[in-house]
Design a protein around this ligand. Structure first.
Ligand code: DOR
Ligand code: ZN
Ligand code: ZN
Length: 343
């Protein structure tokens, strides 16, 4: 089966400052192995990408060091508000962390949020890490300032139902879900310990069911939220960081769901290609496609091949559907599931 080169709009590639977890080369190799030829990477790096200077230097490195196309989000910070207009000219979208997660990047207080919403252009999405009541706050700001809001990794029934209502009422809002919230629940979090801990945390079976129901209607994109941390970091008794890798497991999981008849292949292409490109106004990649074997059956390996963290919360899960080949701008970059010229 031939599909377009897929777009993952939510990954953490850890450069600069966290290269022991991942870097542009390993993260983009994991992307290609997972059927993604274009990535949007998050700004919660060290330093965070909240100034034009830090954003620019990271974007230049992304261009030089990645094996696929990588675009970087601009990060919102209350201390660097005057950087936003310049960042808005360059970055495809803004990211606001409204709730506590990995790293120090977080915007608190209505005054700061108002300034950010007021100064970002309506033409580019404002993406939010917003959980629970923060989703309602973000929707209210988007409505008030008439800005395009994109809610990252929606994980709760109440959140997706609120977003569905907002969409029905005509608000300019889009959203994404992750495979871990679609395929895992709190029961898995108990089994996996730190390897099943991320923000937002895993939900109840009711949350999970609501996400699947809204996958056909409300949800615009599937994104991995690939957030690698080393095993040593995950094993820390105090301060184990939240986040799980996902670039190599996202498409196999979704192909498995398609093979089981839970979703159509056409809808997968909308969620992983058409909608991401439309929402973030991303360029076309000429002569680019992926080849998958939709019927290949196997067990997801103990060690994903390319992400530096080398573990996965999906290890041991039965999968149906495998990436065989990737062609990027006319050049074969994955053959028989292996990234060429990587090692
Ligand atoms: O679990 C998470 N990890 N959620 C986030 O929002 C950030 C991410 C990370 O950067 O590790
Ligand atoms: Zn997040
Ligand atoms: Zn994230």
């Amino acid at each position: 089966m031939i599909l377009p080169g897929l777009v993952d709009i939510h990954v953490h590639l850890r450069t600069p400052g966290g290269e022991h977890k991942e870097d542009f080369r390993t993260g983009s190799a994991a992307a290609l192995a997972g059927g993604f030829t274009m990535l949007l990477a998050m700004p919660n790096t060290q330093p965070p990408l909240v100034t034009l200077e830090s954003w620019h230097s990271a974007q230049t490195r992304a261009q030089n060091e990645s094996l696929c196309d990588v675009f970087l989000y601009a990060g919102a910070s209350a201390e660097k508000l005057n950087e936003l207009p310049a960042l808005a000219n360059e970055a495809p979208a803004l990211k606001i962390y409204m709730d506590q997660t990995y790293g120090p990047l977080r915007v608190r207080g209505l005054e700061n949020l108002i300034r950010i919403f007021a100064s970002w252009p309506a033409s580019k999405p404002i993406c939010v890490h917003a959980e629970g009541e923060s989703v309602a706050l973000a929707l209210g700001l988007a409505a008030t300032y008439n800005k395009h809001l994109h809610v990252c990794h929606v994980a709760r029934k109440s959140e997706i139902e609120l977003i569905a209502k907002a969409k029905a009422g005509g608000l300019p809002v889009t959203c994404e879900v992750t495979p871990h919230h679609l395929f895992l629940t709190q029961a898995d979090a108990a089994r996996l310990g730190p390897y099943g801990d991320m923000r937002p945390t895993l939900g109840t079976p009711e949350d999970q069911q609501a996400l699947w129901q809204h996958l056909i209607t409300t949800i615009d994109c599937i994104a991995s939220d690939h957030a690698p941390h080393t095993r040593d970091e995950k094993e820390l008794i105090d301060g184990s960081p939240p986040g799980v890798p996902g670039l190599e497991s996202t498409l196999p999981l979704m192909l498995t769901a398609a093979a089981q008849g839970r979703i159509t292949y056409a809808r997968l292409v909308e969620l992983l290609y058409t909608n991401p490109r439309r929402i973030f106004n991303l360029p076309e990649q000429a002569d680019t496609f992926i080849e998958v074997d939709p019927l290949a059956k196997y067990t997801f390996p103990e060690h994903p091949l390319y992400t530096k963290c080398a573990w996965s919360p999906f290890s041991g899960m039965p999968m149906t559907g495998k990436v065989q080949r990737v062609v990027l701008r006319g050049q074969e970059v994955v053959r028989d599931g292996l990234v060429l010229n990587f090692r």
